[in-house]
Design a protein around this ligand. Structure first.
Ligand code: ATP
Length: 278
């Protein structure tokens, strides 16, 4: 069972090339308020990791810290085996290009078309002719299941599901190894959410992506996530498979994975026995 143990940073991560993201002993505070306290987490190459936790526990803060949008007061973050803090500018830029992000609600620039939004990271990091950037943008648009005519639309002309797909296309603009998705299915109807989950699974399979997904969506956790990590008490309480979640005796984890809503989802997935004793 993968409940967090006392293994130290140096014993675990440095030479394990299956680990694409390794967080050790991470502490993040805002003023006197500590949100993450000596947190450890590993994300493995090619997996879809679902990250859950009660509202306000710090899931977004952790994601933003890994993306260096929030500073940390102690601890280390290795991405692809490299400690970003200690890397030179060139290495940092190379690391940035290997990560894509889909922020909650998409966060597309409203004054830019879908194509222009997708091309933003290309403009920032690459020096490509416009014709090639256009070709690449259409490729990404097709990859996420949008019609070609979405390219010239503005975000205000898109449905919620199309915005998520366009934002995913932008996250994939530079062919990243690791993508961060912050509640990608929130606000989608159940069919749209299931289709989005399938899209993520397909992209992982075809592109060999690693996916770090913050979610409250039990369907996503049950249908596409290989592993789950639970944030609580300012650290990762438990990480592992669904069976590990079910075996965990933490009260929040029990009520989340064995509660009424989880029961109906496991029944939908034809595995009523996945929630034992209920
Ligand atoms: N810039 C900031 N300044 C001060 N406090 C912050 C800041 N960003 C986040 N926090 C606090 O950190 C805590 C964790 O917030 P966070 O948004 O990460 O929670 P979450 O787990 O993602 O919640 P939800 O599931 O509701 O999205 C909250 O108490 C929040 O108020």
């Amino acid at each position: 069972m993968a409940v967090q143990d006392d293994t130290t940073a140096d014993e675990k991560h440095p030479d394990d090339d299956r680990v694409i993201l390794s967080v050790r002993d991470l502490t993040v505070s805002f003023g006197t308020k500590t949100v993450l306290d000596h947190l450890d987490l590993d994300v493995y190459r090619g997996e879809i990791l679902g990250f859950v936790g009660a509202s306000g526990t710090g899931k977004s803060v952790l994601m933003r810290t890994v993306l260096r949008l929030v500073p940390h007061s102690s601890g280390s973050i290795h991405i692809l085996g490299v400690d970003y803090e200690k890397a030179d500018v060139k290495t940092r830029m190379a690391l940035d290009m290997r990560m894509g992000v889909l922020f909650q609600h998409g966060a597309l620039f409203s004054s830019l078309t879908v194509k222009e939004n997708i091309q933003l990271p290309m403009r920032e990091y690459l020096d490509l002719p416009q014709s090639l950037m256009d070709e690449l943008a259409y490729l990404k648009i097709d990859m996420v299941g949008l019609a070609a005519d979405a390219a010239d639309k503005y975000p205000s002309e898109l449905s919620g599901g199309m915005i998520k797909r366009a934002a995913l296309a932008r996250a994939l603009a530079l062919d990243p190894d690791l993508v961060f998705l912050d509640e990608p299915t929130s606000g989608l109807d159940p069919i749209g959410a299931a289709e989005f989950d399938m899209l993520i699974a397909r992209l992982r399979d075809t592109l060999g992506l690693t996916v770090y997904m913050v979610t409250h969506d039990l369907d996503s956790l049950f249908s596409v996530c290989d592993r789950i990590a639970v944030l609580g008490q300012k650290r990762v309480l438990v990480e592992g498979t669904l069976d590990d979640m079910l075996a965990c005796d933490d009260a929040w984890v029990q009520s989340y994975f064995r509660g009424k809503r989880a029961r109906s989802v496991t029944t939908d997935y034809g595995d009523a026995n996945a929630v034992p004793g209920k």
